[in-house]
Design a protein around this ligand. Structure first.
Ligand code: NAD
Length: 369
């Protein structure tokens, strides 16, 4: 199988490319001959996350925009792509509040262009199989489009509300989640209108290796190690569901290979935690894995800061469907996943340093937080 991954130099995308060319064949019995990795290399894209694949002939990296129909069309044709896994996005909520336009252009307009270019390619190459509804890859179709989205499209839950599932109504609250919600609707419409073989996933908060240091876990790990104050929004009571990134990648591969076209699968770790508890967990894990390097107490490190505008109170996911229908379950719990994550950041200081000094893209970043 030949796969076009978009956003494969980002956090989840780079983990996915490693998984597709690594564990996926043994775990899922799929042979991947080629991964074409299309990434614009915005501030969030980092080629050094793919350094181990530099000499792997199965991995082809292309710097470019998902909205460039000419480029995408030629990649699809030249590499005879079977499946698209679409992760490219502007993804940081705080940045969407400061500058929403990039989010609309990439997440909404870019997704439209990618869907349309893939549709034309399927028609031109005779790969469109009539209406794909209810079929899956290998079951009448040699092509598929996996649209990767977020649980943030469902809005915010009260403390006693049932967790999000596939039928939860959309209620996005930030420019980020609104732009992702729009893209989900486009993916759905391309399936229903044109019969395109589309599967959508909506996942909770990921954590793990290669995450840009502005996001909660890498930010807090770094600041803990340096004895700097750890900024926590509001009173730290916002609740998120956490999933180790490789578990998400396995879920994405399963959704692509086994998911039914026209369907959505929510993915989550059944691991709801208050932000403040996550931060305490990080401090304690860093203290344990880096003995002697954490000299302050949690109370000395944590600083409560003004809450983010429109900050959703709680997200939770009920992943029953992907478990029952596709056989997916996370392999890590928060304790084991956090240990792996902290250890990875301790072992990969150089990866963080190149982001901090700007050398990963030839410039210096002012502030990461
Ligand atoms: P990220 O910001 O780390 O990476 C995004 C990548 O997309 C970057 O490499 C960037 O260069 C690239 N990109 C941005 N605009 C592009 C464009 N126009 N054309 C081509 N490439 C472009 O994001 P992430 O955290 O890895 O998230 C990946 C996907 O998963 C996103 O669609 C996001 O909405 C979704 N998601 C993320 C999480 C999470 O916890 N991080 C959870 C659920 C879903």
């Amino acid at each position: 199988m030949r796969v076009l991954v978009t956003g494969g130099a980002g956090f989840i995308g780079s983990n996915l490319v490693h998984y597709l060319l690594g564990g996926a064949s043994a775990e899922l019995g799929v042979g991947i001959d080629r991964v074409v990795n299309l990434d614009k290399l915005t501030y969030a894209g980092n080629r050094s996350s793919l350094a181990e694949l530099e000499n792997d002939p199965r991995h082809v990296f292309v710097q470019g925009d998902i909205g460039d129909a000419e480029l995408v069309g030629s990649l699809l044709r030249d590499h005879e792509i079977d499946a698209v896994m679409h992760l490219a996005a502007e993804s940081h909520v705080d940045r969407s509040i400061d500058n929403p336009e990039e989010f609309i252009m990439t997440n909404f307009v870019g997704t439209y262009r990618l869907l349309e270019t893939f549709r034309r390619y399927l028609v031109e190459t005779g790969r469109m199989i009539g209406h794909s509804h209810g079929k899956s890859l290998g079951d009448g179709s040699k092509s598929a489009f996996l649209h990767v989205s977020t649980d943030e499209v469902y809005g915010s839950l009260g403390p006693n509300d049932a967790a999000f599932c596939e039928t939860t109504p959309y209620a996005p609250n930030s420019p980020y989640s609104a732009s992702k919600a729009g893209s989900d609707h486009l993916a759905r419409a391309y399936h229903h209108t044109y019969g395109m073989p589309v599967v959508t996933t909506n996942c909770s908060n990921n954590y793990g290796p290669y995450q840009f240091p502005e996001k909660l876990l890498p930010l807090m790990i770094r600041k803990t190690l340096r004895g700097e104050s750890l900024p926590v929004y509001g009173d730290g009571s916002n609740v998120r569901d956490w999933l180790y990134v490789e578990d998400h990648c396995r879920g994405l591969a399963m959704a692509l290979l086994r998911g039914k076209f026209g369907e959505t699968y929510v993915i989550g770790g059944k691991c709801e935690m208050k932000n403040l508890d996550v931060v305490h967990g990080i401090i304690e894990t860093v203290r344990e894995l880096a003995p002697g390097r954490v000299t302050k107490t949690a109370d000395e490190l944590i600083t409560f800061v003004k809450d983010r505008p429109g900050h959703d109170q709680r997200y939770a996911i009920d992943p029953t469907r992907i478990g029952k229908e596709l056989g997916w379950a996370p392999l890590e719990n928060f304790t084991s996943g956090l240990r792996k994550t902290v250890q990875w950041y301790l072992d990969n200081d150089e990866w963080i340093r190149t982001i901090e000094d700007g050398s990963y893209r030839g410039e210096r970043l002012g502030t990461l937080s």
